[in-house]
Each structure stands twice: as structure tokens, then as C-alpha cells.
Design a protein around this ligand. Structure first.
Ligand code: DAH
Length: 348
């Protein structure tokens, strides 16, 4: 008996390749290697062969057996791999849900506060975080020997001020320099609100941070009085802290306003602080030296025909955003704003 070994080999290869799934491959295995398959049949034929033939036929049967086993095993592995890949691409699986972030509480608070003032006609302006000594201090009537100019209270940069010999740039320690910048660029009357980051080298603890946010306000017109300032801040506090808010204006000193006051309030929305006076902002009438530093004079009032009948005057105020957000939401530690813990952030 003789077998066409080459044809069998091509048949096996073709059958294996045609098997597109594991059950079809099993049928191919049975066809060649099963009990009634071709390979056992080849071995069975050896019995009737002569000793001479036996050797050649035996080798042929062995070759076919090894080839069939090898090709079937390879195909099996390939089919398993593509099954796995198909599984990995299962488009019916539910997608990965990525949590949507939210606006940071500080940004929300800035927006809310600014909105109250915007509804009263104030316009949002922004100043640079890197400032000069002129804007941060001198223009605000803060003298050269004032303690806040000391490097302990201000972050000075290792960068010279291109506009002032021997002076260094700094990170603004309040938003008040924005007042001067706005006045230099705009003639009165004006009403602006200036939100932004400020920096101070304070030791960090539950209520102090080296960076926090302030909102500055400035209104300049003719014949502006402290009563106007009081009226505006009262309207703001009622709107923002509730109609039953209690306020007190406590005399204070700021170099850039005269007279100056700090405002304390009692509000029912401050959790656990009922009946306590809490300071929320500083304010006052713009100091004439600040107008002078900004280059303002009485004649700058728009429609200056009337200017002679009115005095250039204005008021300013500044509040800390973190403090207000902490009071409003009962937050006990300023550091939670920058720790980026989503369990904290997503509450607001
Ligand atoms: N700049 C002051 C501070 O950082 C806050 C302040 C007080 C701003 C009185 C003002 C003001 O505009 O009139 O402590």
C-alpha cells in the first residue's frame, strides 16, 4: 500500500486553515488523528506491508501525525487568541464612567459675589499677580517704611523692576493695586470689581495660606460719600448673606482709604456662628494720594462742565474669598481648598 504523502500534507494544512472555530478544528483532528482517522488507518496498513515497505510507510505515517498535531495545536492557539481579542472589543459592555468635575468652590464663590456687584453696575477687571512696589505699595500711600513692605510679609521675586531702579518685582499681597491700574486706564465715573489671587509668606495653618483670593471693589464719581459706601455694602450683604444680616462698620486704618472701616456681620447662614460678629471686609473712601498716584484730578470727571460743581471722590473695599466661603459653608480648614480631595470638592 502507498500513500500520497504530499497530497495528505496539503489537505491537512487546508483543512486546519479552513477551521474557523474550535468545534470545526476538533472535526479536523478526528479526521486525521481520531481512532477512525487517517493516521491510525496508516498505522494499521503497516501490518500487511513487507519489512522493506514498513520502514518507509512508518516514517510517512509518523510525519503526517506530527504535522497534524503541530498544525492543529497552532490553529487552536490562534483561535483562542482571536476569541480573547473579540472579547476585549465587546462593544456591548457598559462603558467606563468618568466622573464629571465641577467648578471649584472658590471660583463659585467669586462668581456669586461678583454677580451681586455686576447686577449693581460694576464691571469685572483683572490685574497682574506679578506686581511692582509702585502699584502694590507706593501708589496706595503705603510708605517705604511700612511693615508690610518687609520681605517677611511680601514675596519678592528675583527679578528687577524694569521701571524702577534698584527695585524688585513681587507677588501682589492684595488686589488693591488693581485700583490704581484701572484708574490709570479709565477716566471717572467708574465702578469695578477686581477678583484674583494674592500671596503672603504666612505660616500655613487652618486659617492662613501663602496664597488666597480677594475681591476688590472701586467706585469713583463726583460727590461720593461714606453713606454711598455703606448703602452699597449693606445691599451686598443683604443679597449675599441674607436679608436679616446684621452689620457693623468698625473704624480702622488703611493707608489707601480715609476714613476707613472694617465690616463685621452676623448671619444665620454661618453654621455654628450664630450671634458672633465676624469680620468680612475692609473699606473706606479713596485717599486723595491714591487719586494723585493714578494721575486723577477733578477735571477728569466725564462731562467736565459739571466737574466744577462736584468733588472727585470714591470708595473702595476688599474682601477675602476663602474666609467668606469658609464661613458660608462651615469649612474649618483653609487647606482643604488646595488639597484636591474630590470628596471635599464634589460637595459643592
Ligand atoms: N487691601 C486690604 C487688605 O488686603 C483690604 C482692603 C481694605 C481693600 C480697605 C480696600 C480697602 O480696598 O478700602 O487687607
Amino acid at each position: 500500500m502507498s500513500w500520497d504523502l504530499e497530497k495528505i500534507k496539503t489537505d491537512i494544512a487546508a483543512d486546519v486553515q479552513a477551521a474557523g472555530a474550535l468545534d470545526a478544528l476538533e472535526a479536523v483532528r478526528l479526521k486525521y488523528l481520531g481512532k477512525k482517522g487517517l493516521v491510525p488507518e496508516m498505522y494499521a496498513g503497516l501490518g500487511s506491508a513487507s519489512a522493506e515497505e514498513k520502514k518507509a510507510l512508518g516514517k510517512g505515517a509518523n510525519d503526517i501525525k506530527v504535522l497534524a498535531e503541530t498544525l492543529i495545536a497552532e490553529r487552536k492557539a490562534a483561535l483562542a487568541l482571536s476569541a480573547k481579542k473579540a472579547e476585549a472589543l465587546d462593544v456591548t459592555l457598559p462603558g467606563v464612567q468618568r466622573g464629571l468635575g465641577s467648578r471649584h468652590l472658590i471660583d463659585q464663590t467669586i462668581d456669586e459675589i461678583c454677580e451681586v456687584f455686576q447686577n449693581m453696575g460694576f464691571v469685572i477687571q483683572r490685574g497682574p499677580e506679578i506686581e511692582s512696589e509702585f502699584y502694590n505699595f507706593s501708589a496706595l500711600n503705603i510708605p517705604l517704611d511700612h511693615p508690610s513692605r518687609d520681605s517677611f510679609d511680601t514675596f519678592y521675586l528675583d527679578a528687577k523692576d524694569p521701571d524702577a531702579v534698584g527695585r524688585h518685582l513681587l507677588l501682589r499681597s492684595h488686589t488693591s493695586p488693581g485700583q490704581v491700574r484701572v484708574m490709570q486706564k479709565n477716566k471717572p465715573p467708574l465702578a469695578v470689581i477686581i477678583p484674583g489671587k494674592v500671596y503672603r509668606p504666612d505660616a500655613v495653618d487652618a486659617s492662613h495660606s501663602f496664597m488666597f483670593h480677594q475681591i476688590e471693589g472701586l467706585l469713583v464719581n463726583r460727590n461720593v460719600t461714606f453713606a454711598d459706601l455703606k448703602g452699597l455694602l449693606t445691599a451686598f450683604c443683604k443679597k449675599y448673606f441674607g436679608a436679616d444680616v446684621k452689620m457693623r462698620f468698625r473704624p480702622h486704618f488703611f493707608p489707601f482709604t480715609e476714613p476707613s472701616a472694617e465690616v463685621d456681620i452676623q448671619s444665620n447662614i454661618f453654621k455654628g456662628r450664630a450671634g458672633k460678629w465676624l469680620e468680612i471686609l475692609g473699606c473706606g473712601m479713596v485717599h486723595p494720594k491714591v487719586f494723585a498716584a493714578a494721575g486723577y484730578s477733578a477735571g477728569d470727571l466725564a462731562g467736565s462742565t459739571e466737574a466744577s460743581s462736584g468733588t472727585l471722590s470714591g470708595f473702595a473695599f476688599g474682601m477675602g474669598v476663602e474666609r467668606i466661603a469658609m464661613l458660608k459653608h462651615g469649612i474649618g480648614d483653609i487647606r482643604t481648598f488646595v488639597e484636591n480631595d474630590v470628596r471635599f470638592l464634589k460637595q459643592f
